[in-house]
Ligand binder design. Structure first.
Ligand code: FES
Ligand SMILES: [Fe+2]
Length: 401
């Protein structure tokens, strides 16, 4: 972000600080039906229209440090091998043997220069070709060339690995383009995963994600942990095409929980020193860039009323005891902050399930939640959603191009 753009951002934040009325001309946000979070039929619409058709953030290139490194993507009732070949290329395959369907890899991550099925030992190359079949003479007419692993679309953007289960989807670059400029000046591809957390939650995945799309709750829920670092009333939101967004909040003390003077690179743009820049990435990823590192979070359904938050703590490529200790400590700090939010999620789900709260109300500070819900409907296809479960499409005029 250039100096002019940073000045403009500060002026936009200043305007927020003195605002005491609903912004003139900003649309009314109608209530959002609670059944979107409780109805298995709505979850099925999401499965078909959202999860099976969109680019999904599966990991970071540093999850695959060298040839043969792999990890498994195991959300959405899928098992996908994501691995790095000898030439450095990253590919994704369904973790399913072409013989009788066994998973090839059972460990979440590791190193394998060949995928050998644990059932009858069919062997596949890192490029997915079927290379070896024990007693192949017993399989009349088996054409090995026709029986490679089933590929899954896999593309990289700024160090982030995305997969897509839809062979007909457009390129990742086009999907991400509306948000791309917001990451300039932050060397995401040089980051490394320092810590990884998996957190189970007793609520619909969208309710969990909502929590990260506003800072309206920070003053109450995080009064001591986050609020001291953020000038929350300065919070500004940019809505982009494809459901992506950018949040900017001025830092209060000039630092955040992620500041670590030891490890700050000197080529991070100034905007990231002055502001917390958060980048909600449709449908289910959230991270807030900070010169000291950040927490990369993805949210996945595990049933209509259960979900999983996958957290990667991202830092710089420093190999030292001090760095390891720092990130172990950050693991605890992040867990504590998340637990401040998480303890409320089950009660929200219960209120919606019991019909006590038939619809949710989003205010202006929660416009990002509404934009997200609108995009969910657009991706599923508005006509495919029962009228009683749709959200009205009201925010297109507020989108930034
Ligand atoms: S299922 Fe893989 S070798 Fe038989
Ligand atoms: Fe929170």
């Amino acid at each position: 972000m250039q100096a002019d753009a940073l000045n403009l951002l500060h002026r936009t934040m200043d305007a927020q600080l003195v605002r005491s009325e609903h912004p003139e001309g900003f649309p009314y946000l109608p209530p959002v039906p609670s059944s979107r979070y409780t109805d298995p039929a709505f979850a099925r619409l999401e499965h078909d229209g959202l999860w099976m058709k969109n680019w999904l953030l599966a990991g970071h290139v540093s999850d695959l440090p060298g040839p043969g490194s792999y990890f498994l993507f195991e959300q959405l009732d899928q098992s996908v091998i994501i691995s790095r070949a000898k030439d450095g290329a990253i590919r994704a395959f369904h973790n399913a043997c072409r013989h009788r369907g066994s998973a090839l890899l059972l460990e979440h991550s590791g190193k394998a220069m060949r995928f050998v099925c644990p059932y009858h030992a069919w062997g596949y190359s890192l490029e997915g070709e079927l290379k070896s079949v024990p007693d192949q003479h017993d399989f009349a007419c088996l054409d090995k060339a026709e029986n490679g692993l089933k590929p899954v679309r896999c593309e990289i953007e700024r160090g982030m690995i995305f997969i897509n289960f839809d062979d007909n989807a457009g390129p990742l670059s086009a999907f991400m383009a509306p948000q791309a400029a917001q990451k300039e000046g932050y060397p995401l591809e040089r980051m490394v995963v320092k810590e990884r957390l998996l957190i189970e939650m007793n609520c619909n995945w969208k309710l969990a994600l909502h929590n990260f799309l506003e800072i309206y709750h920070v003053g109450t829920v995080h009064a001591k942990s986050i609020a001291p670092y953020l000038d929350s009333p300065s919070f500004v939101v940019a809505l982009f095409e494809n459901g992506h967004m950018r949040f900017a909040t001025r830092k209060k003390k000039g630092d955040t929980i992620f500041e670590a003077d030891l490890f700050k690179p000197d080529d991070v743009a100034e905007v990231f020193n002055q502001c917390t820049i958060a980048l909600p990435t449709f449908p289910n990823a959230f991270y807030a860039l900070d010169p000291g590192g950040f927490s990369l979070q993805t949210f996945w359904p595990a049933g209509v009323d259960k979900s999983i938050m996958e957290v990667r703590l991202m830092g710089w490529d420093v190999d030292s005891d001090a760095d390891r200790q720092h990130w172990q400590a950050m693991n605890g700090i992040v867990r504590n902050i998340l637990s401040e939010d998480l303890c409320l999620f089950r009660s929200i789900q219960r209120s919606l399930e019991q019909g006590t709260i038939p619809e949710l109300r989003f205010g202006y500070q929660e416009r990002a939640l509404y934009w997200f819900e609108e995009e969910v409907d657009r991706r599923i296809g508005i006509d495919a959603i029962p009228e009683s479960q749709r959200v009205a499409q009201v925010l297109a005029g507020q989108m930034q191009r």
